[in-house]
Design a protein around this ligand. Structure first.
Ligand code: CA
Length: 224
């Protein structure tokens, strides 16, 4: 985990760096906005701790530039003035959290840690159709809070249908995407698996999500 600390007050920067290093984070420090922008644009940090009041380019400007450049690193803003306006402005500019000065170092470390976790969560994709969810990282499916056990093939089928939610999926398309077939094996393979999946995701729940499109295929859809 690599953290960028942007703070012009050298003593404060040093305290923050030591507190984070004590928690096993790797820490880089910048003392002005231009250096911070250059560093955060080129190095993949896990979190940026960004003071608003900086000489030259201020923290909000750094933040806006980063978001304009599609850098989505979580940002924790620090401000000497706990003004509501500044806080709202910061969050609107794309900050993930905000900590007014003075703060306890333990509080700052806890906030940074929370942001590193959030970054990790963002890497998994949670597909959702109504109250059915599928985590593409853990392959965990849930509906109405109940865990649904899936075989590997059922998982691929559900992932494909959820990724194509509200769009009709023909049998041939399903064979291609889920079984890697580029020919029609002339079996009712797809229908058999759809029946098994329906048993797991729809049988005990309302509304029914897996719709049959007569003659052509299937569609996962929130509203009937
Ligand atoms: Ca400052």
């Amino acid at each position: 985990m690599r953290i960028l600390v942007v703070e012009d007050e050298k003593k404060t920067a040093s305290f923050i760096r030591k507190a984070l290093q004590a928690e096993s984070f790797a820490v880089d420090v910048c003392h002005n906005g231009d250096d911070a922008l250059a560093a955060a644009s080129t190095t993949p940090f896990d979190v940026v701790v960004l003071d608003i009041m900086l000489p030259g380019r201020d923290g909000l400007s750094v933040l806006r530039q980063l978001r304009t450049r599609k850098v989505s690193t979580p940002v924790l803003l620090l401000s000497a003035r706990g003004e509501v306006n500044e806080r709202v402005e910061g969050l609107n500019a794309g900050a993930d959290d905000y900590l007014p000065k003075p703060f306890e170092l333990t509080e700052l470390v806890a906030r940074v840690r929370a942001l590193t976790r959030r970054g990790g969560e963002n890497k998994s994709t949670l597909l959702r159709v109504a109250d059915l969810t599928l985590d593409t990282l853990t392959h965990k499916a849930q509906r109405g809070g109940a865990t649904i056990e899936l075989t590997a093939r059922e998982y691929r089928l559900l992932e494909f249908l959820m990724g194509s939610a509200d769009r009709p999926c023909g049998r041939m398309m399903i064979l291609e995407k889920v079984w890697d077939y580029d020919f029609d094996p002339g079996t009712n393979l797809v229908d058999v698996y759809i029946r098994r999946l329906r048993e797991k995701i729809d049988a005990n729940f309302q509304p029914k999500l897996l719709q049959t499109i007569r003659g052509s295929g299937y569609m996962l859809k929130e509203a009937p």
